[in-house]
Design a protein around this ligand. Structure first.
Ligand SMILES: *[C@@H]1O[C@H](CO)[C@@H](O)[C@H](O)[C@H]1NC(C)=O
Ligand SMILES: *[C@@H]1O[C@H](CO)[C@@H](O)[C@H](O)[C@H]1NC(C)=O
Ligand SMILES: *[C@@H]1O[C@H](CO)[C@@H](O)[C@H](O)[C@H]1NC(C)=O
Length: 585
């Protein structure tokens, strides 16, 4: 798998500075190494040089002219206390805010021209933050980046994930090894520590007794949405992002709804295939079935759109980059979007994570709420021993690496990260609930007080094992265990924060439904509200913990904690405290 964008940007910046300082004579071979690997990371093997005829798409992320303009604006339009609250931006306005300085484009064009990249293959994408170079040959790509692209395969997952990927092994950027996986598991897989989608794997078939299971009716009663009848389903939607050829089955959905949401038997999901994403309704898989079945059952009749995102004709495009490139061009983006994938390997670059985070910032500025699951490994899987022998929680796993891309994106300050709970009266933390602190993203202002209070409570415990200055996750949480789900006509059970995210997305979508029906502006980026006035509509989860890294993990306590965040949503208490903005001013 290839993760490109990354530090191309920084390389260009270096070139530009050099060029400006001297008389105008760009030296396009004057490059610095931004990131390289001494060895192929564990579980990856080199397949050698790609064939010369092979082409790939390259993404060149450009720095914005006004560095903070987008994020400043995002916070203004997302903070109910700000006069600009709810004045979400148009695509055009966002493109203005993130546009690079004119000279950057001039230089980039010279650089591409020098290497014989025709202007016809260059387009501006991702809301204006990125130049996409389509169909670049490997030889050109190597020359452009001073790189040596090689073909790699992930040894464990090749058949499931089409893991062939292009990577720059040495010299310049795009040095990211990663293989995404879902956060949904069958119980058997969990004990084995396997992380693959459940399709074809062992599952527990449920008996007809559903008493102990987390059914939609249990969830709707626990989170108090049962009484609410959606009134704006024609103007509202939930989006679910799927990858890895994992797509839902309409037949399974019909069976699920007939058993668990009998008033919704006409429910359907819309499938949108992006960048060659697959769809075979007769061959569904666990993650997407679970996500869509719960989103539908929680928010019926609100439409659910499933994005099956592929990696392009040659299988070389980063799936998340593909999805952003598509969604940011759309005129009607679902108001609420749920993503339940994390990356298994902890190999990426900080630049990539920052770039992706900014893409989420754009969605927020457009008024979209994004919910991302935090993962199912508590504070971290394995022993978490770093090179220097110290134990560090998830964010900085061993060796050479940063962190998982998506688990890092879950730490993005511009998405709402969802952890896991279980039980009722009282609801408590599910021990799998992913939680902790970023090593890339600083603590956002909206979290400062909540996280500081937790850290004061924590005192010296785990000092050095986590990053006390940065973004904490999750923000909120929802049930994560014992979900019945239909897959290929069979009722099985699954669990994971994978399911928590679409459950929360469905509830946010119901809140939006109410706002739309009242002529009000929808919620958008949630966190400034959640950590402010929204907090009183949450149920604080104060017991349970998230062990991992051979430790007991963090404990859920009163207030925010890196296990369950601020708590779970209470729909009836949230309704009256929704931001009240009619979009007129
Ligand atoms: C591929 O291209 C490189 C650089 O032009 C050349 O040195 C090499 O011989 C080519 N390989 C094949 C198999 O054509
Ligand atoms: C991966 O591919 C190799 C070579 O084609 C094959 O031998 C191996 O069984 C595959 N592994 C899996 C998990 O499919
Ligand atoms: C801690 O997080 C900050 C971002 O908030 C980052 O700049 C710093 O490098 C991190 N420290 C470590 C030791 O990773």
């Amino acid at each position: 798998m290839r993760y490109h964008l990354i530090s191309v940007l920084s390389v260009l910046a270096a070139i530009l500075l050099g060029s400006l300082a001297k008389p105008f004579s760009p030296r396009w071979d004057d490059m610095r190494t931004k990131h390289s690997w001494n060895a192929v990371p564990e579980n990856w093997e080199s397949l050698g040089n790609p064939l010369n005829g092979t082409t790939i798409n390259l993404y060149v992320a450009l720095k914005a002219h006004h560095k903070n303009a987008l994020i400043d604006t995002l916070y203004e339009v997302s903070d109910p206390n700000h006069p600009r609250y709810g004045t979400y931006l148009s695509k055009e306005r966002i493109a203005e805010l993130v546009s690079p300085p004119p000279r950057t484009l001039e230089f980039v064009n010279l650089w591409l021209e020098y290497h014989g990249v025709p202007s016809s293959s260059v387009s501006m994408t991702h809301g204006g933050t990125t130049l996409t170079l389509s169909g670049v040959s490997i030889i050109q790509a190597n020359a452009l980046l001073g790189a040596s692209y090689q073909l790699y395969r992930h040894v464990e997952t090749n058949e499931t994930y089409r893991p062939h990927g292009w990577l720059v092994q040495t010299v310049v950027p795009t040095t990211c090894f990663s293989t995404p996986h879902t956060q949904w598991h069958s119980p058997h897989k969990r004990s084995g520590g396997a992380k693959k989608p459940v399709s074809g794997g062992p599952v527990t078939v449920l008996s007809s007794r559903d008493g102990d299971w987390t059914t939609p009716s249990f969830l709707r009663s626990l989170y108090k949405t049962t009484e609410y009848t959606p009134a704006a389903a024609d103007r509202n939607a939930i989006g679910i992002v799927g990858i890895l050829n994992d797509y839902p089955s309409p037949e399974d959905l019909a069976m699920f709804v007939s058993e668990y949401r009998s008033d919704g038997t006409d429910a359907a999901i819309t499938i949108v295939q992006v960048n060659g994403g697959g769809y075979d309704p007769t061959n569904p898989a666990g993650e997407s079935n679970l996500d869509t079945q719960y989103a539908v059952a929680m928010a019926y009749p609100t439409p659910v759109i499933f994005y099956s995102v592929g990696r392009g004709p040659e299988g070389t495009t980063d799936w998340l980059v593909s999805w952003f490139s598509y969604i940011l061009m759309e005129d009607n983006i679902p108001q609420t979007i749920s993503i339940s994938y994390v990356i298994d390997e902890r190999f990426t670059s900080k630049e990539y994570a920052m770039y992706m985070c900014a893409q989420f910032g754009m969605l927020g500025a457009l008024g979209v709420s994004v919910l991302v699951s935090t993962g199912d490994d508590g504070v971290g899987r394995g022993d978490c021993v770093a090179n220097d022998g110290s134990v560090r929680f998830i964010s900085s796993f061993p060796a050479t690496c940063m962190c998982g891309i998506l688990s890092q994106l879950g730490r993005s300050p511009y998405v709402t990260a969802v952890g896991g709970t279980t039980g009722s009266e009282p609801e408590f933390a599910a021990s799998l609930s992913g939680g902790g602190f970023s090593n890339i993203f600083q603590r956002p202002y909206y979290q400062e007080q909540a996280v500081t209070e937790f850290l004061q409570h924590l005192g010296n415990q785990y000092l050095g094992k986590y990053n006390a200055t940065s973004r904490g996750i999750p923000d909120i949480s929802a049930q994560a265990l014992n979900f019945p789900v239909f897959i290929k006509g069979e009722k099985v059970v699954g669990y994971g924060t994978s399911v928590s995210a679409p459950i929360v997305a469905a509830m946010i979508s119901l809140l939006n439904d109410y706002l739309i029906s009242q002529g009000k502006v929808t919620l958008g980026f949630l966190n400034p509200w959640l950590y402010g006035t929204g907090m009183s509509g949450l149920t604080d989860i104060t017991s349970g913990s998230n062990p991992g890294c051979n430790t007991d993990g963090f404990s859920a306590i009163e207030g925010w904690d890196p296990v369950t965040g601020l708590g779970t949503l209470d729909f009836q208490r949230l309704l009256p405290i929704l931001p009240d903005y009619d979009g007129a001013g």
